[in-house]
Design a protein around this ligand. Structure first.
Ligand SMILES: [Zn+2]
Length: 156
C-alpha cells in the first residue's frame, strides 16, 4: 500500500482496481494480468506444478489438458477485457499481438479475436483486424536495431 507521502507510480494500465499486486508497485495492472508470466503462474498454481512455460502449457492444452484450457481461457478473457478498453479509447484499425505466445493462432489469436469482436461496441469493430505480429518475439529487438540504424543514418 502506498502512503500519501510516497510519490505515485505512473506505469501500467489498470484493469482491476484493487486487483493483484504488480511488480511496478500498483495493483490490478493489465500488463500483470495479460503477460505470459501471468499465464504460467496461473497454470502453476492451478496444477501445483512448477517449471512450466508457454510452450508446455500450449502443447498440453492442445492435447486436451482441461485445467490448462480453463486457465488459458480465463487469461484470454483478461487480455480481451484490457484490449477492448484500449480499442474503445484509440479506435485502431488493427491490433497486433506479439510475443512468443503469439504464434498460437488456434488457442490464442482466434479466441481472443472472437471475444473482442463480440464484446467491443460495434462501431469500433467495423473493419477492425486482430492479428499476430509477423515478427513475433523478435519484434522488439528488430525495432531496436531499426531505430539504431535510422539514428546512424541521421548522423551522416
Ligand atoms: Zn503494474
Amino acid at each position: 500500500m502506498h502512503s500519501p507521502e510516497e510519490p505515485p507510480t505512473y506505469s501500467h494500465f489498470t484493469l482491476r482496481a484493487n486487483g493483484l499486486a504488480c511488480p511496478c508497485g500498483k495493483h490490478g495492472c493489465f500488463e500483470h494480468y495479460a503477460s505470459a508470466t501471468s499465464l504460467v503462474s496461473r497454470c502453476e498454481s492451478a496444477s501445483g506444478r512448477s517449471g512450466l512455460n508457454g510452450k508446455i502449457i500450449f502443447r498440453e492444452a492442445e492435447e486436451g489438458n482441461r485445467l490448462f484450457l480453463d486457465e488459458l481461457s480465463s487469461w484470454i478473457r483478461d487480455v480481451a477485457e484490457g484490449l477492448t478498453g484500449m480499442i474503445h479509447i484509440f479506435n485502431p484499425e488493427i491490433v497486433l499481438i506479439g510475443g512468443g505466445v503469439s504464434v498460437q493462432e488456434k488457442l490464442l489469436i482466434e479466441p481472443l479475436r472472437n471475444l473482442i469482436l463480440h464484446q467491443a461496441m460495434p462501431r469500433f469493430t467495423e473493419g477492425l483486424r486482430i492479428e499476430r505480429a509477423m515478427l513475433g518475439n523478435d519484434a522488439g529487438m528488430i525495432g531496436a536495431v531499426r531505430f539504431w540504424l535510422d539514428h546512424q543514418e541521421g548522423m551522416e
